[in-house]
Design a protein around this ligand. Structure first.
Ligand code: NAP
Ligand code: GDD
Length: 346
């Protein structure tokens, strides 16, 4: 039987790749979208289906993780076999500015959704599986390499909220026998990555500097180390966790860490640029408490789920730079066209 999935955070980086994956497997996909004064669906426009089309398999609902009434309604309307809770205020630096909202969406949002699922399962007798998008940020200051046995030591309101969501998942699994899997994903990137995360900020700048649209790139701490993988590979692991016979917690990582400086060097040199000529340090991008070194040990995901990420660090960087070189070139063309009539008047 074709399955039905419900995704929170469908408009985000991971939500878009996961939707593509599930649609390719024959799922009907429901997603929740936040009300916004401007369009926020650019990452899923290519798979969007008109609500008037019969037989469509991608269905969007307005809802928000801070509002349990809407979440409850969407679960009752979509009757999901699998729920993927990817929605979050996901920016670590921003969580220091908006700690209360971050905790509300990321920690309370998870318990709201879990509790709606618990009631739904109880009154319908249906089987529903739940994926919680946990993060390597939960390890924070814990010594690398980190795996499922490593103690959490969160270093930001975002990370503390994700730890709470993780333990809500464990508790609901044990208390009510629900199928809840916690993914503990290390950083994963792509050409669809939000432009304020460091990788995309760097590759966007490389493209724009090459196209003559930007002169400087302001960054914070270049010494922190991250285990960066490709988001397209990581959504496979999320899906695999919900296909396994037993629910569990899994670290998902490449097992290779690089500094921000190394990401910068690889991106700029691939774009034919010397980063030292363009980069300046702005303390505004430092964090009150930093996470210095994340390096994942994903042996459990490899052996239990058979998950192995095919994309290497260099392939990831080159994929992002290639995409941002093309994007900047098209921006430049638009800008040239905009100025052309003005110049013609002079
Ligand atoms: P992202 O691109 O920032 O997407 C976040 C999604 O959550 C967006 O669709 C956003 O909607 C939605 N959202 C934010 N606040 C919400 C709210 N109050 N109610 C409903 N939806 C809300 O993040 P991502 O990189 O795809 O990450 C997906 C999930 O994995 C997040 O939970 C993140 O914390 C977690 N995670 C990410 C990584 C990583 O390296 N990418 C690693 C570990 C864990 P809008 O589009 O309207 O903003
Ligand atoms: N964003 C940003 N902007 N980070 C910078 C900058 C800058 O200008 N300059 C240096 N950095 C450093 C940060 O201090 C951090 O050490 C590192 O680059 C990575 O920052 P981000 O790309 O913002 O990612 P993150 O590691 O804090 O969080 C991401 O990964 C987590 C998984 O470990 C997010 O996707 C989280 O949602 C996710 O849980």
């Amino acid at each position: 039987m074709p399955k039905t999935a419900l995704i929170t955070g469908i408009t985000g980086q991971d939500g878009s790749y996961l939707s593509e994956l599930l649609l390719s497997k024959g799922y009907t996909v429901h997603g929740i979208v936040r009300r916004s004064s401007s369009f926020n669906t650019s990452r899923i426009n290519h798979i969007y289906e008109d609500p008037h089309d019969a037989g469509r398999r991608l269905i969007l609902h307005y809802a928000d993780l801070t509002d349990s009434t809407g979440l409850r309604r969407v679960i009752e309307a979509s009757l999901p076999d699998e729920i993927y809770n990817l929605g979050a205020q996901s920016h670590v630096r921003v969580s220091f500015e908006n700690p209360e909202y971050t905790a509300d969406a990321d920690a309370m949002g998870a318990i709201r959704l879990l509790d709606c699922m618990r009631d739904h399962v109880q009154h319908t007798g249906r089987q529903v599986r739940f994926y919680q998008a946990g993060s390597s940020e939960m390890f924070g200051a814990a010594r690398p390499p980190q795996n499922e046995k490593t103690s959490f030591y969160p270093r930001s309101p975002y990370a503390v909220s994700k730890v709470a969501a993780h333990w809500f998942g464990v508790n609901y699994r044990e208390a009510y026998g629900l199928f809840i899997a916690n993914g503990i994903l290390f950083n994963h990137e792509s050409p669809r990555r939000g432009e304020t995360f460091v990788t995309r900020k760097i590759t966007r700048a490389a493209g724009r500097i090459r196209a003559g649209l930007q002169r400087k790139l302001y960054l914070g701490n270049l010494d922190s180390r991250r285990d960066w993988g490709f988001a397209g590979d990581y959504v496979q692991a999320m899906w695999s966790m919900l296909q396994h016979s037993d629910p569990g917690d899994f670290v998902v990582a490449t097992g290779e860490a690089h500094t921000v400086r190394e990401f910068l060097e690889e991106s700029f040199s691939y774009a034919g640029l010397d980063w030292k000529k363009y980069v300046e340090i702005d303390p505004a991008y430092f964090r009150p408490t930093e996470v210095d070194y994340l390096l994942g040990d994903a042996q459990r995901a490899r052996t239990v789920l058979g998950w192995n990420p095919p994309t290497t660090f260099r392939q990831l960087v080159h994929m992002m730079v290639d995409s941002d070189l093309r994007l900047a070139e098209s921006e430049r063309l638009v800008q040239d066209q905009k100025f052309a009539p003005t110049l013609a008047l002079v």
